[in-house]
Write a protein that binds this ligand. Sequence first.
Ligand SMILES: [Zn+2]
Length: 439
Amino acid sequence: MGNNQSAMSDPLPRNRMLWPMLMACMLLGVGVIAGQARADVLTDIAHLFPATPRSYVQASALLRELGETSPLLTVQSIGQSHGGRDIWLATVTDPDYPSQDKIRLFIIARQHGNEPAGTTAALGLLAHLVRATSPAERALLAQFQISVVPIANPDGAVSGRRANGHNVDLNRDWGKFTQPETKAIRAAVHRRMAHAVVDLHELPAHSSKRSYQENFIETIGAHGSLPAILCDNTVAASHNISYWMSKYSYPLNVYYDYPGESLRMCHRYWGLSEGRLAFLCETKTGRGRSLGQRAGFHVLAILGIINYLGRQQSSALQAAVPELDRPAAPAEAVTSSPPLETPLRLSLGLEPYSGADGPQVLVRTQVEGSGDFGFVMIKLNGTTKALTNERNGRCLLNTGNLAAGAYAISAEVHDADGMVLVAQQATLNLPLTDLQVAE
Ligand SMILES: [Zn+2]
C-alpha cells in the first residue's frame, strides 16, 4: 500500500482563518459570479486557449514567461524524459499563505503525447489564475496549492505519439515505475503531499469500446479497503462535476473503480494504492469537438473538483450552515429544480456486452418527461457504480469479477441537491449468458 498511511493521516487541512475567503471561493465554480460585472469563468479561461495545440517548445516558453512575470507561479523541472527533455512542474498559489494549510491539488496532463487537450486546459487555467484579480480567485489561491504537469510525456508530445520515447505507454506504467516520467511525477506528488490527483486524457473519435463513446470520468467510489470518507468524497465530488457539466451542456458519464482493477493506470494507482482522491478525465474527440471544447471539459472537471474540495472544507467548519452541503447552485437554479412530485419517468434496461475489458453489462437509462434533473445514479446491490447526466444514458458495468448469482441493479434520478426523484430496479443474473431483466 506504499505511502497509504501518510496520505490517510493527512486529511484536508482545516483552518478557521480561511473561512471568510471560502465563501468567495465557492463562487469560482459558479459560472457567473452573481452581482458582479464579471464574465463567466469558463469563458474567461477559454479565451486563453490557442486555436491549435502548442508545441512542447511553445508550452515551455509560455510557462517560463508566466513564471517570470507572476509571483503566484513557480516553474521547475522535475526530471528529464527518456529523450532528455525537461518535465515541467508549474505551481500556482498565493505564497503569502502557508502551504501546509492549503488543499493541495495535483494535475497531470498529456501522459499520452497525442492528447493535447489536457495541456491546453492546464496552461489556460494557469494563465488565468496568475492574472487573477477577483476576490474569488485570490481566495482560491490562498486556499489551494495547484501543481500542474502540463506535459507529462514531452517525447510523445514532440513526436505526436501516445507512448514515450522508449515506446512505453506511461499510463500503464504506474505501480511498476520503469520510466523516468512516471518516477519523476510520483516523486513530485509525494513532495507536494497532494490531497487529490487529476489525470487528463482524450478519447479517440472512433472506438469499438462502448465506454469510449462519450466524455467520462473515472474515480474510486465504494472500496472496502479504503476509508469511507475517501470513497464518499470521490462520489460526492463527481456529483458536483456532473452538476457543472450539465450546466455547461457537456455530456458526462462517471465510472467508479473497485477491487480487482488494474493499478497500472495513474488514477487507480493514486486512488487504490495510495488512498488519495484521484480522477481520470477523458474528453471525447471527433467531429464538432474542437480543441477549445475538449479543453473546456477538462477545465470544468478541475473547477468542479476545486469547488467541491473548497466547500468540503468549509462544510466541515460550518456544520451549522446546511446549504453549504448542497451543490453550489445559484439561487435561481435551486428554485427551478423539479419538485419531488416529479413529472419525470425513468426506464432501465440491461444488455450483456463482451468487449476487450471482459464481460460487462450495458445499463441503459432513459429519463422522460419535462423538467431538469441533476444526474442518474446506477447502483449494484446498493453500491454506486456509475452516474450519467444524459437523458439517454449508457453506462458499462464490469461483471468479470462478480460471482454467479442474482444482483440488484437500480437506477435513480436525482435532482441537483441529490434528492431521489424517481427510481427503477432490475435483477441481473450472472453469468451473463443467463441474463434476465425483471422490472
Ligand atoms: Zn490518454
